[in-house]
Design a protein around this ligand. Sequence first.
Ligand code: CU
Length: 275
Amino acid sequence: MKEPNHFRRVLVLTVVVSLIATALVIWVLGPQLPPGSGSDQAAGQVTDNTVLTAVMTPLVCFILVFLFYSLIVFRRRGSGIEEGAAIRGNARAQTLWIVITSALVLFLAGYGTYALLQNGSGGGQGPNPIAVPSGNKLPVQVIAQQWQFTYRYPSFGGLETSQLMLPADRLIELHVTSLDAVHSFWAYGLGVKADANLGVDNVVYVKTRNPLSFEIHCAELCGLWHGYMYDTGKVVGGAEFAAWIAQQQQVFRSVARFMPPYSTTYAPDPQARAG
Ligand SMILES: [Cu+2]
């Protein structure tokens, strides 16, 4: 019996399975991928996760099709010991494999760099951000400390609060810093994650969308009560935000004069102390 063209069979099967699987990834799995659409950055991450998964799907399909094809077609039949011819290398297969996987990796590196440069993609960019989105920004400071986050609003007299409220549909410029250990400000629902370091002003941009509640966790082991360092933030409508600011200013009015002036960091200066 003439040996069938196994390569062509595997190729055809791979193409058929890939078309179905990639369509499912884009239209069924994609919208379910994290972290949701709480902000422009979060939605961008969902797109990125979908692209990453879709690009890798044909490769996974090829491996699985080849595996199951081999298991079924090349299985041992009968009881005799049959050993195939020894195969040492295949220049065409090796070259194709290297070219395809290199192209994929380079494409993903380029795509990732492009996506990062749009608006920082929700990551901390340090004190001198490269990817600065255009538009009117509302600065809000995140101050990590063992073991909670507090928030300062320099546009509202340096008001400091224990809850994070943000206005909806607004470009926010978060300034993340720490008073002690290394923490990480992780607002999952907003697609934001930024290290909080003592003496460092870590800037991250986020464009809010509709009102929502989102979880905030410290994402860097920072001591005994690290696991309890979480709270819930809120994105609210403009009027509700203004009312909340006014109410918080009222609550903290009596202690406002004891607050240190707003600063990008609050680290003590060891040189000044020594002097
Ligand atoms: Cu922490």
